[in-house]
Ligand binder design. Structure first.
Ligand SMILES: Cc1cc2nc3c(=O)[nH]c(=O)nc-3n(C[C@H](O)[C@H](O)[C@H](O)COP(=O)(O)OP(=O)(O)OC[C@H]3O[C@@H](n4cnc5c(N)ncnc54)[C@H](O)[C@@H]3O)c2cc1C
Length: 464
């Protein structure tokens, strides 16, 4: 029998680890968050910067409406706090230009709030909130090296930790629960194998996405945001999100090896080849505040821990370590926040059988965003995967929906509510929406389109 410690350890102090720690703080006497990176105490908002362990932090991060709500449930007052730091709130529909299938979604007030918060500021604000919890300790510059377990291997009893520095001595941190929130590079499968457990089945959908991102100064009267989805004829896309500090963060890119150049002229010219000129118009005369930099994202990945027949008690996997989604759909942070709400609910029912209850229900949280993102990626012939009848029917229907949403704000709002994970996808097939979609004017040329470009597919996509 392991000794009862009333201590939970979270590995990783990024978005996933921080929201997990918040949920755990209600159920355990003490929570320790172990993070590999040094995490300086920053003055908000100016001191928030990207860090090594979260390289995606330098790229555009949209927070879905459901994610903002979930974070607000976990950290009451967060929205107002961020707005106080200069984060611009925007109506998701009237303030943002969504271009899907080359068509501008009808702009109208939706009552849904988008927050243009940079990823480093959001993480720093959450970290400050978590550090302020009296029973949570954040231990930075500490590398997690594996799990410890009871003699029969059935229960995880703690974490092996290497403190960064000269000695790099190993310590064992005893815990009743270890939560792996180390992101898409998680070594959870290897940690389990070392205890004699099988590896989870892993689903991968190769997208070979390359983001190229750059900040620009944003004029006060500038439009509020742009998101351009790739089309079949032109899979390039991009996003421009207004942020604190009167900045735009612009991420543009292509898939299956296609990438924007990183020199000024090449970057600007690439923006002019997206399925809409909206981002090019916004940046061509804007003052750049940084050089463009790249992020290569090879594949969406889902680890099916919930299907394992044997899994130790006292161990959970969380956030991107379970599922990492093609980032163009902006889902990862929202899924982590929803998993934190789930963890809180599970813990309210006690800790018995926690792994089975949590991982089973987390899989149901992942199902919808996974189907949305993978289903949309399978539109592109170069993306390998099984195109079920459902995937083909939904994609054909969405083409018609984007046509209707160009003129019909109700359809546009219904679409935004689904992709923001506020409503289930079936809502788009409900009679009140379906008849509007099917009654929409037959094919007219997309309003926002520019000529399709020839995209070289398969040239040099690399793993992140
Ligand atoms: C290019 C890109 C753009 C994205 N855009 C969006 C977006 O628009 N909207 C959105 O919601 N999501 C987006 N995401 C996803 C989002 O970044 C993640 O879902 C989110 O960060 C939650 O991930 P996580 O905390 O589970 O893992 P991560 O953010 O990867 O964090 C893992 C943490 O664990 C630490 N760590 C790793 N190994 C160890 C170890 N052995 N010991 C100790 N610490 C360790 C790391 O240093 C890091 O702090 C994007 C992702 C990418 C790649």
């Amino acid at each position: 029998m392991s000794e009862h410690t009333d201590h939970a350890v979270v590995v990783g102090a990024s978005m996933g680890g921080l929201v997990a720690a918040r949920a755990l703080s209600e159920a355990y006497a003490h929570v320790t968050v172990v993070e590999r990176d040094p995490l300086p105490d920053v003055g908000l908002p100016g001191g928030a910067t990207a860090r090594r362990g979260v390289p995606q932090g330098r790229h555009a991060h949209g927070l879905l409406a459901r994610g903002r709500e979930a974070l607000e449930e976990l950290f009451p007052g967060l929205t107002d706090e961020l707005i106080g730091y200069g984060v611009p709130p925007t109506d998701l529909q009237s303030g943002f230009r969504w271009i899907n299938g080359g068509r501008l979604l009808c702009q109208a007030p939706s009552g849904l709030t988008a927050l243009g918060v940079s990823r480093p500021l959001l993480e720093s604000a959450l970290r400050a909130r978590v550090r302020a919890l009296p029973n949570v300790t954040v231990a930075d510059s500490c590398d997690a090296a594996g799990l410890t377990a009871s003699g029969d291997g059935r229960r995880v009893t703690g974490l092996r930790v290497l403190r960064r520095g000269d000695s790099r001595t190993e310590e064992i941190v005893a815990a009743d629960l270890v939560v792996d929130a180390t992101g898409r590079g998680s070594r959870g499968p290897q940690w389990l194998a070392a205890l004699g457990y099988p590896a989870p089945a892993t689903e991968r959908v190769e997208v070979g996405l390359t983001y190229a991102s750059r900040s620009y100064r944003r004029a006060e009267d500038a439009p509020q945001g742009v998101a351009i989805a790739g089309t079949l004829a032109n899979p390039r896309g991009g996003v421009a999100i207004p942020q604190e500090g009167d900045r735009w963060i612009v991420s543009i890119g292509g898939m299956l090896g296609d990438a924007a150049p990183l020199d000024h002229d090449g970057y600007t010219a690439f923006a002019s080849t997206l399925p809409s000129p909206a981002i090019h118009e916004l940046i061509r005369d804007a003052e750049p505040l940084s050089d463009p930099l790249r992020f290569r994202y090879l594949a969406s990945t889902r680890r099916r821990y919930e299907r394992l027949h044997r899994f130790p008690e006292g161990y959970l996997v969380f956030g991107d370590a379970i599922s990492s989604f093609n980032p163009v759909y902006g889902q990862g942070m929202t899924v982590a926040a929803l998993e934190a709400l789930l963890l809180r609910e599970c813990l309210r029912e006690g800790t018995g059988g926690l792994a089975g209850r949590f991982l089973g229900s987390a899989a149901r949280i992942v199902d919808i965003p996974w189907d949305i993102s993978v289903g949309a990626d399978l539109r592109f012939p170069g993306v390998a995967g099984r195109r079920t009848a459902k995937v083909r029917t939904v994609n054909a229907y969405l083409e018609r929906l984007h046509r209707a949403a160009e003129h019909d704000p109700v359809v546009g709002r219904a679409f935004l509510r689904v992709v923001n994970l506020l409503d289930r996808p079936e809502r788009l097939m409900a009679p009140g929406i379906a008849w509007r979609v099917l009654a929409a004017r037959p094919s007219t040329a997309p309003t926002a389109a520019v000529a399709p470009v020839r995209v070289v597919v398969g040239a040099g996509a690399a793993a992140d």
